[in-house]
Design a protein around this ligand. Sequence first.
Ligand SMILES: Nc1ncnc2c1ncn2[C@@H]1O[C@H](COP(=O)(O)OP(=O)(O)OP(=O)(O)O)[C@@H](O)[C@H]1O
Length: 250
Amino acid sequence: MSHDGAAALLEVRVTSKDHVTAGGRPQRVLQDLQFTLPMGRAGAVVGPSGCGKTTLLRLIAGLDAQYEGAIRLPAGGRLGMVFQEPRLLPWRSVVDNLRIAAPQAREETIAALLMRLGLAEHAGHFPGELSLGLARRVALARALAIEPDLLLMDEPFVSLDAMLARELRGEIAALIDERRVTTLIVTHDIREAIELADRVFLLSTRPARVFTTLEIATPRRALTKAAADALQSEAEAAIEAMRAHGGMRA
Ligand SMILES: Nc1ncnc2c1ncn2[C@@H]1O[C@H](COP(=O)(O)OP(=O)(O)OP(=O)(O)O)[C@@H](O)[C@H]1O
């Protein structure tokens, strides 16, 4: 594998990735999985439960180097990551969590980020005092504080109630537009992906590959319900066709 950062886009080409099962046998999780995402754009990876989405994100983040293929990060190569679990330092306040992650960030930048994400009044709170929704916001603020060249998010709305999830989705969409940060979001929810991304990569069942890419041409803010419905139908038809072929190339 190779993992370097000098491209004008995120380029992912995973020829193969195996995990070892509890019984000690190799299990192919990803095979011939390829996609690209231009700088400043948002991509969403959508796939069935257990198909390998988190595995893919870990390869892109450089947390797992055991794969065949090549991954090139957008120029700069600085990564911000929001995990499913917020993973904040429990013995540090919200503002300290940001300061520690981004020691070079100016105090005003950190204060502005906390304000922007509705966290100003929680700056002195400790992670244990926060709801999951707030902790996710802190994790997002922390990832943005480092001014990443690539922002990776793994199921940022999972386990939030519908209203909170909608609210956070709107915030993230606005932040992506404002900051033009190249963003890759993993989700199992097609509608969520269509509403957030410029490009949606649909993954097959295991071993996962990208079997369809949806281009969301309309600017995010101008996406009408009718246009989102049409894209969702297109995605669902592609998934049906993929399943009908037993996960093989349709
Ligand atoms: N470290 C590991 N060792 C062995 N098997 C693993 C490891 N990590 C993941 N797996 C297996 O690889 C497959 C893909 O897991 P992964 O978590 O990447 O899928 P996912 O699409 O993110 O799932 P979900 O939608 O449930 O979050 C699963 O069968 C999982 O059990």
